[in-house]
Write a protein that binds this ligand. Structure first.
Ligand code: OOG
Ligand code: MG
Length: 262
């Protein structure tokens, strides 16, 4: 840790206000170039604490920057994790108000519900597969609180990995009924195919992303509790969504998930 508690609190407030007022800010490493990974996650946890203190509910966890497509798009090289809020949860087919965001983008993801606790260090895919209750398709809406969606890893961790909302699919399948690495995904925007991919894009296997999450949490003395909803990270690059756009994503064996930005 290089930042003191009051600076952590102040940066969390700055980032949360940017979210609540839809006013982007400059990335925080510009002001605190010496901040470390621990500081970055501490700011994220402080944002989470603020939301929970006001009665906000946590809907799950997310991994981000788990595919080459995403890392290349954002110019970073390591996965990160964040949290999902219940207030950002939308039903399949929803009309989502564009006024809730600064510059939203959508990602196609495989989501997992855990049945048993998962703990690192040393968690691996062999532990994760039997711990998966079900798998479902999901879309994440990300919305960086930084100007022009420009950040580095520490800044994006502090900003809860750009999390802003998610749409979960309505088809649930047991993990062993699916071959997640070859599961194909086709993203359409206004009826045109804009991205395609397969589950293997996510660290070789979406379940591997869950293992990495367990190992990252272990560094903070935490586990993935049983019954946690986890978004495993964008399979393809994220796609900008403007008011009036319709997004429809077809997932092999998991149906389609869609929404309209109104
Ligand atoms: C960071 C969040 C990335 C994913 O699935 O890769 C993410 C960002 O790109 O703004 O959620
Ligand atoms: Mg994501």
């Amino acid at each position: 840790m290089t930042l003191d508690q009051s600076t952590i609190r102040q940066l969390a407030e700055r980032l949360e206000n940017a979210e609540l007022n839809r006013q982007p800010v400059t990335k925080i490493t510009d002001d605190y170039p010496e901040m470390d990974w621990d500081d970055a996650y501490s700011i994220q946890y402080e944002i989470r604490r603020r939301k929970e203190e006001r009665g906000g509910k946590i809907a799950g966890l997310k991994m981000g920057l788990t595919s080459q497509a995403k890392m290349r798009q954002m110019g970073v090289s390591e996965p990160v994790y964040g949290f999902l809020t219940a207030s950002g949860s939308y039903a399949d087919g929803a009309e989502i108000d564009s006024a809730a965001f600064i510059h939203p983008r959508v990602e196609a993801e495989v989501a997992v519900m855990t049945r048993t606790e998962l703990a690192g260090p040393g968690c691996n895919i062999g532990r994760v597969l039997p711990a998966m209750d079900f798998v479902t398709a999901a879309l994440e809406i990300i919305d960086s609180r930084y100007e022009n969606f420009r950040f580095d890893l520490k800044s994006v961790i502090a900003d809860n990995t750009s999390a802003a909302g998610f749409v979960s699919g309505s088809v649930m399948r047991e993990a062993d009924a699916l071959d997640l690495p070859t599961l194909g995904v086709v993203m359409e925007k206004n009826g045109e195919v804009v991205e395609t991919g397969a589950g293997a894009a996510v660290l070789g296997h979406p379940a591997n992303s869950v293992a990495v999450l367990a190992n990252m949490l272990a560094a903070r003395g935490e586990v993935i509790p049983a019954g946690t909803f986890i978004m495993t990270g964008g399979i393809t690059a994220a796609v900008a969504v403007d008011k009036g756009d319709t997004i429809n994503v077809r997932f092999q064996d998991l149906g389609k998930v869609s929404f309209r930005m109104g």
